[in-house]
Structures are given as C-alpha cells and as structure tokens.
Design a protein. Structure first.
Lengths: 477, 298
C-alpha cells in the first residue's frame, strides 16, 4: 500500500473544488465560502443597472416612474449611458433631474464610451454598491413589489441568485398626429416567463429576462464572475449561468414586471443577425461543456425521467401553451384560453372548456410554445358542442407552419402554430387536444435531403402566387 | 403660454401616508417642471377629501406638507365623517371650485414630470375637449383608442383633467347610482353626449399600483367585485341597453355572491323607482362590446 497517495485526490468533490479554485482563485473561493466580504457603509440592498443610449426618453422616463412607485425603496439606480451624443446626454440628465425629491441621490448617470452592449454592464457592476444587482432595461416596466420581492427572498437565500416571475407583452412605438412618440400595449400578458428556474433547461436557452433576476454582488466582486465582453448577444445568459452554477438560484413566484416586446421598434433581436446569435449561442454552450455542474435537488427528477425515456421529461412549459379562438372577429380579438393539462402513457391531454364567450367558433389555433426546435406527434382533437355532441368530424384537417414528417409535425422556426377550421361554425363546450411532445427534432428528419423540402415549399409558394394572380384576373360578376 | 389655474381633488380612504407623500412630491415636481418650461400651470390647489372612519391626517401633517411643497402647491384637507365613495366625495369638494381646470385622481398615483404640460396639450390642439385621461403605468388599460389623435370612447378617471365649466355643466359624477366604479364611464359618456371629446394622453403617464396574480390577471378587490357588478346593471339601464341587461340578470341570478347582492340592489331600486332615467336611446354614444364598455385592443 502506498501511503503517499492522497486517498481523495480524484474524488468528485476535490476535483470540483480544484476546478473552482482555478477559475476564481483559491483565496477568493475560501473567502466566499466563509462570507468574508464587507460592503460599503450605507450600501443599499439593490443596485439597479440600466443601460441606455438615450434614444428612448419616453420609455426611460416611464421605467424610472415605476421605480418611484416601489414599496421598498432600498435601492440605487445606475444609468449606464452608452456612447451618448449631446442630445441623448441632455435628455437623460433632464429625466434624472426631474424626478421627485424622494429620489434625490438614488439615481446617477455613468457614461461609457466604446465597447459593445456588454461593456456598460461591466462598468455598472463595478460601480454598484448594493448587496444585490439587477439589470433593468430602459424599456422594461416593473410593478410596485419588484424590489420587495427580491428583498423578501434574500432573507432565506442570501448568496443565491434571486429570481421572480414576469410577463411578456407586445408593444408598438407609433407617432401621433403631432409627430410625437406614443407607446401602446397591443397584447394581453403572456406568462411565458412564469416558471421556476430550471438549471438543466437553462443550458439550452435562456428563459429569464434580466430584470427578473438579482445577482449577489459578492459573486462579481469577490469571485470575479464577470461579463464576457467577447459576446455581442446573449451576454446575460452566459453571465447568469456562470453565476448560477456556483451560487444557485432561489425562486419567488410573484409576477414583478412586464417584459416589453417591441413589434415595430429596434431591439437586440433586430440589431444582430441569426448567424451572430447562433455563433454566440454555440460559444456559450461550449463553456457549459467544459464545466462541472452541481445539479440542484429539484432538477434531479427531470434527469431521471429523461434517462428513463419518459415523454414528460421534455417538461412542456404549459404556461406557453395557448389556445386562440376565432369567432369571426379574428384570433387576436379575444384573450387566449388556458387549458388544463393531464397525461398518461406518454400522451398529453390539454382540455379547454372556456368557450362561454363565443357564440360560434370558426377556427381554433394552438400555439404550443413560443420558440421552435420541437416536435409534436400523434396530434388529435376531440370537440363537443353545447349539447354534448361530438363535433370532431365537423373539423377540417389541421394546418400548421411546421413541417409534416411521418406521423409528426416538426417545428424548426419560432412561433409554432397548429390551426383547425370548423366546417359549420358551432358553439363549443369543450375541446381536448391529445399529443406527444418532444423538445428536439427526429434524427431521421435532419438526414432528409433539404432539397426535397425546398422544392416542396417553393412549389407551394408558386401555387399560392398563381392562384392569387388568377383570382385578380378573373372577371368580377 | 396663457396661465391657467387648476384644482386637484382626491378621495382618501384609509390610505398609507407614505403613498400620499410620494404622490404630492410628484405633483410638486410636475408643477415646477411646467413653470420652468413655460407651461400653463405654475401653481395648483390640492384638495384631500377624507372618507375614512377616522381622520388619517392631522393638522400638523397638513402644515408639514404645505411647508415642504408650498412653493408650487397648497394642500387643503376635509374630513367627511362618512364613507362618501369617490363620486359623492368629488362632488362635495367640487362645489366651490373656481379654477380653470379640475383634476380628479387616485391618491396613490405618481405623476410623470411632464404631466401638466402633456395633459393640457389636447385642449390646445383639438376643439371641444371635455376630458383628458392620463396613461396608467405599468398596467395600461386595454380599451381601444385612436393612437393618432388620442380620442377614445370613454375615460378611466384614475387621473384626469377636466375643464371646470364642463364638470359643472354636467352636474359632476352620478353619485346616486355609482358609489365607486363606473362613475367614470358614465361621466365620460355624458361628456360625449354633451358634444365634447374624451382624449387619452398616453404621453402623460402616471404610476398606478396594480397587482397581477400568477396567471398574469389583475387581482380585483372585494369592493371592486361588488360595486363593478352593481354598476354594470345600472349602466345597462341608464344607457338604454335592455338586451345586455337581460343577459346580465340571467348570469347574476346564478352567479357569485357579489353578483347576487348587486342584483338584489338593482331590484330594490327598480321596485322603488330609484333607477336613473335612460339616456342615448339611439346608441350614438355608448360603446358596449360584449361584456365591456368598449372594444379592447386585446
């Protein structure tokens, strides 16, 4: 027996400790483990980092008003003016100066010149004094309990990332008759960000808008977990995951704000092309692959289920699953319906009975998720009218923006949709959708010649165009 | 710009003082900004009407408000001694109003710095404006409006500015039929019936606290559930919509406890001839849509 061998040297825990020491430094790691860190005197609970280029004064003014209305005022706001021109600087300074007296000393402008969209975040985190830091964009909106929800969560979860829920809403930026900017909400709230943080799911993409999170500043300042300024998009996802892998995440299921999705205005999605997004996505996932990951208790059952081939391992985000009904006034004229979910033998059942407001139903549209890269299998619909009669036969074969493959529909693009039209519109009492769901795409599908799909889609597009031209040429009666 | 006078009135009911202070501080700043930028408003009178069971403010607190904010506004406090509701409370305080404009608002709203400048713009730009409504944030009301001109079918009175002569001409809010809710829908339909426009000014935003549940729906209070159910019945009657009234009665008959209670009150008034005289029989003004007061954007 060789006594010079360290009996635990290659154990998982020692390896993990070494890995972390290499990343953050042994001394820093030891201090972090002991909580050996002193905040500045009068440090607030929360530092709010707000990037702005000074192009959206109306939205900036509105989000600052939301901060005026907070029930918990233990915060500071650092407005990170990025590459501001003279007009933008004056506009931001005027907005700050015009805040009510109770905001005096709470809001300051820090100018950042050069770098990319990540640079102002780095400067902001460096300047932040709070125990926690959140990134609130200059076009987000928060409810009065946004700070309070984080603060409450901190009491039993200090050191973890704090996570609350938020809703998404579509907005338009329009000009009125006097050439002034008017911001108008145009959709009901979507609860797509109202789920707990799931570490494994988060490895594939980010489901947390930045303002739904508050990061422990100690992780940034002591462990040196900084933003990767090589990234031009999804820098928040990269930063969140690197912090989450060490600090963990605590959830508070309170909806604390509105993530505004601009239909007709500039945002990060429109400013960067798909190639750039894909490149950054891959770069971030490669980082995950080179890290050891501690799986939180709650996430283990998902992994077990997936390894057992359980269809429910895909963990369909039922909050995203919406049903839209057209009674003749269009799908957008009514609030989306929320079905009840159940399942057995790998089959999901989404049952909906909220048809009271609709005298007659012309079409039903199912939006299973917001993003694509997913597969739906063995999809069926069962519908009953007001008298309990089966009306399934009265429903046309479904249409979809996905691609048919064997007995499946594969969705590669975002906003997947399945639509049924009712031949003779009726008043419905209940509808049940039956389906299998997978968060991936069948291997066989990916191996199919791309040309076949291309030809098929081109042929369909040419057919539609020709049909439209023929309709125009057809003499009117 | 021509100087204008304005009185801001709000009804208190067991409010937190910190919320009132924030609201006052925001009004103070908005007047200062208006005065600095040459706006029409350079001083306002703020009237608190307290409908709580006991006074929630002392003379010292009022004096403190006037010390702190006196440069741009003056606070006057009245304790009613009974629960007036919003409509009666506003009417009581309005009686001696002599200013050019009258502002009705919820005591917890926080106004944006450009509030007065933006709110008075529609009066300069359009003919015969009878009421301007501010945009509520973060929860914007979904009712349909013309984004170009701001003209809307009705206005929510969480924060509005009205020419004093219009409020007086119309006899104020209908305190007999609307205790807490829908007094604003009724009033703004009467504004339109009298030939005035109701305008939504989305550039004048005010923070108005609302809570949503975990499904993203607004959480109504018990008072809201009851008084809005009762008001809906009276609105259908007053604004000549017997078909909708019939549907509502059918629903309320087997509905929630709030709906049943509201229906009982409707029948009591009907039997005692206490219901209001129906208006707009030709439906030129009303914008009932489904079970709402107008079509919504979503």
């Amino acid at each position: 027996m060789n006594n010079s061998i360290n009996p635990t040297e290659h154990s998982t825990i020692v390896s993990y400790y070494k890995e972390l020491s290499d990343i953050v430094g042994k001394e820093n790691l030891e201090r972090f483990l002991k909580g050996d860190y002193t905040y500045e005197d009068n440090a607030p609970f929360l530092s709010v980092i707000m990037r702005t280029q000074g192009h959206r004064p109306e939205a900036l003014s509105e989000v600052l008003l939301c901060l005026c209305g907070q029930s918990d005022m233990d915060f500071e706001v650092l407005i990170m003016g990025h590459n501001l021109d003279e007009v933008g600087r004056e506009s931001v300074l005027e907005i700050i100066n015009d805040l009510p007296e109770f905001m005096d000393g709470k809001v300051s402008l820090i100018e950042v010149i050069g770098g990319n969209r990540t640079t102002p975040l780095s400067r902001g985190f460096e300047a932040a004094k709070g125990r926690y830091i959140s990134i609130l964009d200059d076009d987000d909106l928060v409810f009065e309990d946004w700070v309070e929800a984080f603060h409450t969560l901190e009491k039993d979860n200090s050191g973890k990332i704090l996570h609350t829920y938020c809703v998404a809403q579509d907005w338009l930026n329009v000009k009125n008759d006097y050439d002034e900017t008017v911001l108008v909400s145009v959709s009901p709230f979507r609860t797509i960000y109202c789920t707990d943080f799931e570490l494994i799911r988060q490895l594939s993409q980010n489901y947390c808008p930045t303002f739904s999170l508050a990061f422990p500043s100690i992780a940034y300042k002591l462990l040196g977990i900084h933003f990767d300024e090589a990234l031009t998009t999804t820098e928040d996802w990269d930063f969140l995951m690197r912090t989450a892998l060490i600090c963990g995440v605590a959830d508070n299921p309170t909806i604390t704000g509105i993530y505004r999705m601009w239909i007709n205005a500039e945002n990060s999605a429109t400013l960067h092309n798909k190639k750039e997004w894909d490149k950054n996505h891959k770069y971030i996932q490669n980082k995950f692959k080179s890290s050891s990951i501690i799986v939180p208790k709650g996430d283990t059952d998902d992994i077990i289920a997936k390894s057992c081939g359980d269809v429910f391992a895909s963990k369909l985000n039922t909050n995203e699953f919406t049903i839209l009904v057209d009674d003749g006034s269009g799908f957008m004229a009514h609030r989306p319906l929320s079905p009840e979910f159940s399942g057995e033998n790998g089959i999901w059942h989404a049952r909906c009975t909220e048809f009271g407001d609709f005298d007659k139903v012309k079409s039903i549209r199912i939006d299973p998720l917001v993003s694509g890269t997913m597969t739906i299998k063995t999809f069926r619909i069962k519908a009953n009218d007001d008298n309990g009669n089966d009306v399934t036969l009265n429903i046309n074969k479904f249409r979809t923006n996905g691609v048919f493959y064997k007995d499946m529909v594969v969705f590669l693009g975002d906003d997947p949709q399945i639509r049924y039209d009712v031949k003779n519109p009726v008043k419905l009492s209940s509808v049940v959708f039956e389906f299998q769901f997978f968060y991936d795409v069948p291997v066989g599908f990916m191996r199919m010649p791309i040309l076949r799909f291309t030809i098929k889609h081109w042929a369909a597009a040419i057919f539609r165009k020709l049909r439209a031209i023929l309709r125009l040429l057809k003499p009117k009666k | 710009m021509e100087h204008k006078t304005l009185r801001a009135q709000t009804i208190l009911y067991h409010n937190e003082i910190s919320g009132l202070e924030k609201s006052l501080a925001s009004l103070y700043k908005a007047v200062e900004v208006s005065a600095r930028k040459g706006g029409a408003i350079d001083f306002i009178d703020v009237y608190f009407g307290d409908a709580s069971a006991e006074p929630i403010l002392t003379d010292e607190q009022i004096a403190d408000f006037n010390r702190r904010f006196g440069k741009w506004l003056k606070v006057t406090y009245t304790f009613f001694g009974f629960n007036s509701g919003t409509s009666k409370g506003q009417n009581i305080m309005f009686k001696d109003c002599e200013t050019d404009y009258f502002m009705a608002y919820n005591p917890d709203v926080i106004v944006c710095p450009n509030y007065f400048i933006e709110m008075l713009k529609p009066y300069e730009r359009l003919e015969k404006v009878g009421l301007v409504e501010a945009k509520q944030s973060p929860l914007e009301h979904p009712k349909e409006f013309d984004a170009k001109s701001g003209i809307e079918p009705w206005g929510a009175m969480a924060c509005v500015i009205i020419p004093t002569k219009v409020y007086r001409e119309l006899g104020g809010l209908d305190e007999e039929n609307f205790f807490l809710y829908c007094d604003d829908v009724d009033f703004t339909w009467r504004v339109r019936l009298a030939g005035y426009k109701v305008v939504y000014q989305s550039r004048a935003f005010v923070y108005h606290s609302k809570h949503v549940d975990n499904d993203g729906h607004v959480v109504p209070t018990n008072a809201e559930l009851y008084y809005s159910a009762e008001a809906f019945l009276f609105m259908c009657h007053k604004w000549s919509n017997p078909e909708l009234l019939k549907k509502l009665i059918a629903i309320y008959t087997n509905g929630t406890s709030h709906q049943k209670k509201a229906l009982a009150e409707y029948y009591r008034r009907k039997e005692n001839n206490l219901l209001p005289k129906p208006l707009d029989s030709q439906h030129k003004i009303t914008s009932f849509y489904g079970f709402g007061y107008s079509k919504n954007r979503y």
